[in-house]
Design a protein around this ligand. Structure first.
Ligand code: NDP
Length: 292
């Protein structure tokens, strides 16, 4: 049976180290890092995410600003808000919660965020830096996924990794991070031929597909490490349930280690957002980042 990778506990530990780093920044350098989150509209899931982000930001001792704008906010007004946050020296990180209402061009808004404050790591400047091996702000879920893989496997040098999914938010940045860790990386997607055969080559599988329980145990190389990024809401036995992209019951019999859903990658995302905010705050002031 596979070792269950406890992302909740790992994220808690990381938040503890971030809180200590924030203390050092306050006491030795005299400033408090701050994160501004912008939410447009009333999407219920987004409201929960934003509330959790704000709560955890405050818990690690940072400043948190929530800007809630009505669904009918114009693109021009949202861009003006982003510009104000770009210019505010107290704001180290800016996150515009996605999805945005349909009348607003998300790419335009994300591109308006100053790359140095882009704690989601979606700005094309940060994407370009990541893919050319320069230090950058990297998307949170990919960073969290790779932290968990490193925690299980130690050094990732030479590890045969298969990433399933090629989105800009998860698949591609995960693959870039693994490449930077010297893995041999294959990126699979909806046009991949013989997906089970490709996955069976992997010592490390990272699934970011959005298809409930798609990856089966008999697709895995025995002992493989499985990081399941998927979060899918399904109905089972008349009840709502969250499941990953991997069929946990069959995969845990074959894998060496596996993340559960919920409680695996999910909790890492906000912890890595806080990590990125501290990183951005230190870079903005030209000081060395405390150990986290
Ligand atoms: P996208 O829908 O943007 O991308 C899905 C990817 O999976 C695409 O590249 C697609 O291929 C590929 N894919 C779809 N169907 C198949 C298939 N049958 N076989 C192989 N590949 C397939 O999703 P995201 O990357 O945004 O998210 C992926 C999952 O991760 C979702 O469940 C999401 O909820 C979750 N997630 C979790 C987060 C967290 O833990 N905090 C954060 C972000 C996402 P193609 O490109 O060819 O279409």
């Amino acid at each position: 049976m596979a070792k269950i990778i406890d992302g909740k506990a790992f994220a808690e530990g990381l938040r503890g180290r971030i809180a200590k780093a924030v203390d050092v920044l306050k006491s030795k350098h005299g400033f408090t890092p701050g994160l501004a989150v912008v939410l447009v509209g009333e999407d219920p899931a987004s409201k929960v995410y934003v509330a959790n982000k704000a709560k955890q930001t405050v818990e690690v001792g940072m400043n948190s600003w929530e800007h809630r704008l009505p669904a009918e906010t114009s693109e021009k007004d949202l861009l003006a808000m982003v510009e104000r946050l770009n210019a505010d020296p107290a704001v180290d990180g800016i996150l515009v919660q996605l999805p945005l209402p349909k009348h607003i061009d998300s790419t335009k808004v994300l591109t308006a965020i100053a790359p140095a404050k882009d704690v989601d790591g979606f700005h094309v400047v940060n994407v370009g830096k990541l893919s050319t091996g320069q230090d950058s702000l990297v998307p949170c879920t990919p960073v969290g996924s790779v932290m968990l893989a490193r925690d299980v496997l130690g050094k990732l040098d030479g590890v045969e990794a298969v990433v399933i999914g090629r989105s800009n938010i998860v698949g591609k940045p995960v693959a870039q991070l693994l490449l930077a860790e010297n893995c041999t990386v294959t990126i699979a997607h909806s046009r991949t031929k013989d997906l089970p055969g490709v996955v069976r080559r992997a010592d490390l599988v990272i699934a970011a597909v959005g298809r409930p329980e798609m990856v089966k145990g008999d697709w895995l190389k025995p002992g493989a490490t499985v990081i399941d990024v998927g979060i899918n809401r399904i109905e089972r036995d008349g009840k709502g349930k969250l499941v990953g992209d991997c069929d946990f019951a069959s995969c845990e019999k074959v894998a060496g280690a596996i993340t559960p859903v919920p409680g695996g990658v999910g909790p890492m995302t906000i912890a890595c957002l806080l990590y990125n905010t501290v990183k951005a705050a230190c870079a903005a002031r030209g000081i060395n980042q405390p150990e986290m």
